[in-house]
Design a protein. Structure first.
Lengths: 484, 95
């Protein structure tokens, strides 16, 4: 049951072969069996899940059920869920019961999907290994000595181990795509503004974007259909109609122009990953695509630029965590300053503190031009590189991450080494472009993903490209032995 | 430039973060490493480049100034660390 696609599950539910309560219970049982080992979920909402499933079953009886009605899913614990703890994997919000639903949560609930629980993540989405979580690291189902990637590591591990058929993630510098690569999933970061950020706890507001994580491209398309759309409660939401992302999945790739940025295949890319990507590209040629080398000359600016923009915005966004109206408060503050400083000092972990301090420094008097303004200019250069490339090609392909999953603890002592895990994903966030990662093969039993980057609002094309590849390969169907 | 102990203390104060005295050298090292990484931006000349504030160069939308939210004071205060008679409590600010 847990190996089926969303469409297959939908058919079983609509045909009456299984009830939503049975299906939900099946996944809840799997969570009970495996979560102790994987730590993919922070909260499991069993009672409300079964209530939602019962409501879904009533819809089937009434013939009012939709395509996704009754299918279980999980939300990254960065999305506010009314009446349910929304921790962002931080001690700061350990006792925070959200008083409202994020737009994404509202939309997915309206589609009739059942929320199984809230998944683990890096604290406030700051990390690439899920090791900065207050609730402990998540284990990669492909090798539990290794990280699942981050920051959406809990969502990734949950789907990879089939504890949930699909999940939401968020991506500020690679947080959907990099864990998808390390866990053999299909994950998509949409164009900035495509999915509402309302109720999604802000990390870096000009980069954050929510998207679907799933086992295959068709499932991701179905989820994106539900998540996307204009929202007046998000000031950067884009007023643009949502196409049916499943409509073009079966289009031929004949004549598709693929660009391979030479900067993505240089030093730092593990040879075994390079080989997997080479083989995947050949598969696209067989499908009728043409391939050419392109250049994104400012690629090396991406990480330096990101580590100004993201910390600057996070230092501003996280100033709301002050111990006054919600969140952690220290014991016996002697005055207001002491209350702020100790509540924040106790509530935030090391990586979050580092980024707040970098951001505070970059924005402090006398440094704004040298850091934030300079970074915004570099961002323009990075974005222009892409626009130039898209004059010649339809999509850009390359590795999602430079390596397969690394060992737990390998990079925790060296923040800068950890930052390099996002070297191929960060520049699409800076440019606001859509990108996705799809399973492309294995090296020593560990999965590696192929990244596909498109122009603004070209999500349907990315999904079409991914889906066609998945018709002729079966990497996306591989499930780790212990979780079959 | 390189940040020293007093710089780290000043930044932590500006960010309203209490950090352990014993961890300051570690923060100084890590912050300096990050700033060294960031310095790579200076490799390119950006004098003639327009800063990019929004990926789609969108403009702020305007809306009518109408009431759209209802009063949920009790719900919101139910998750507050300390309240009394409908107000949030903090240590005394004015003598």
């Amino acid at each position: 049951m847990h190996n089926k696609t969303l469409s297959e599950l939908s058919a079983l539910l609509h045909n009456g072969d299984i009830t939503s309560v049975e299906l939900t219970q099946h996944f809840l049982n799997r969570i009970k069996t495996h979560n102790g080992n994987l730590n993919a979920f922070i909260s499991v909402t069993e009672e409300s899940a079964l209530a939602q499933a019962a409501a879904a079953d009533k819809q089937f009886a009434d013939k009012t059920a939709g395509k996704l009605t009754g299918i279980p899913m999980a939300h990254k614990d960065i999305f506010c869920t009314k009446g349910v703890r929304t921790s962002c994997a931080s001690k700061m919000l350990d006792k925070f019961i959200a008083p409202y639903d994020a737009t994404v949560v509202e939309k997915i609930a309206a589609s009739g999907m059942v929320m199984l629980g809230k998944t683990n993540m890096d604290e406030f989405a700051m990390g690439s290994s899920n090791e900065t979580s207050f609730y402990g690291p998540v284990k990669n189902p492909w090798d539990t000595d290794r990280v699942p990637g981050g920051s959406s590591g809990g969502s990734a591990a949950a789907i990879a181990a089939r504890l949930a058929p699909a999940a939401t993630g968020t991506d500020t510098g690679g947080s959907i795509r990099q864990p998808s690569s390390l866990c053999n999933l299909t994950g998509l970061k949409p164009t900035y503004g495509r999915v509402s950020r309302y109720g999604m706890i802000a990390f870096a507001s000009s980069l954050d974007q929510a998207g679907p994580m799933a086992a295959n491209a068709e499932d991701a398309a179905l989820l994106l259909n539900v998540m996307s759309g204009f929202d007046e409660r998000d000031s950067t939401s884009v007023e643009r109609d949502v196409p049916d992302y499943t409509a073009n999945l079966n289009d031929s790739l004949q004549g598709l122009r693929i660009g391979l940025p030479k900067e993505y295949f240089g030093e730092g890319l593990a040879p075994e990953v390079a080989e997997i990507i080479d083989v995947a590209i050949k598969e696209f040629e067989k499908l009728g695509a043409t391939v050419k080398e392109i250049s994104l000359p400012n690629t090396s600016l991406a990480i330096p630029t990101y580590y100004v923009v993201a910390p600057a915005e996070c230092s501003s966004n996280l100033s709301r965590m002050d111990g006054v109206r919600f969140g952690h408060r220290c014991d016996d503050p002697k005055d207001l300053l002491d209350l702020y400083q100790r509540s924040r000092g106790e509530g935030f972990g090391d990586e979050v503190k580092r980024r707040i301090m970098i951001g505070t420094y970059a924005l402090s008097a006398g440094y704004y031009d040298a850091y934030y303004l300079k970074a915004q200019k570099c961002r323009r250069l990075i974005s222009d590189d892409f626009q130039q490339a898209f004059e010649e090609v339809d999509v850009i392909m390359g590795p999602t991450a430079p390596t397969t999953a690394f060992k737990l603890g390998d990079k925790t002592d060296d923040p800068v080494a950890m930052y390099l895990a996002d070297i191929y994903t960060i520049n699409t966030n800076l440019a606001g472009l859509p990108g996705m990662s799809i399973p492309a093969g294995f090296a020593n039993g560990l999965p590696a993903g192929l990244q596909i980057i498109g122009n603004y609002f070209d999500e349907a094309r990315l999904l079409n490209v991914a889906h066609q590849y998945q018709q002729v390969t079966d990497w996306h169907k591989q499930i780790p032995t212990a979780f079959q | 430039m390189s940040l020293d102990k007093s710089d780290v203390e000043k930044i932590a104060h500006l960010a309203r973060l209490a950090i352990d005295e014993s961890t300051i050298p570690d923060y100084a090292r890590d912050l300096n490493n990050i700033l060294t990484l960031v310095e790579q931006m200076s490799a390119v000349n950006t004098d003639a480049v327009t800063p990019m504030a929004h990926p789609l160069d969108a403009h702020q939308r305007l809306r009518e100034d109408v009431v759209s939210e209802t009063d949920q004071r009790e719900l919101f205060q139910s998750i507050a660390p300390k309240t009394d008679a409908g107000v949030y409590l903090v240590p005394q600010v004015i003598e």
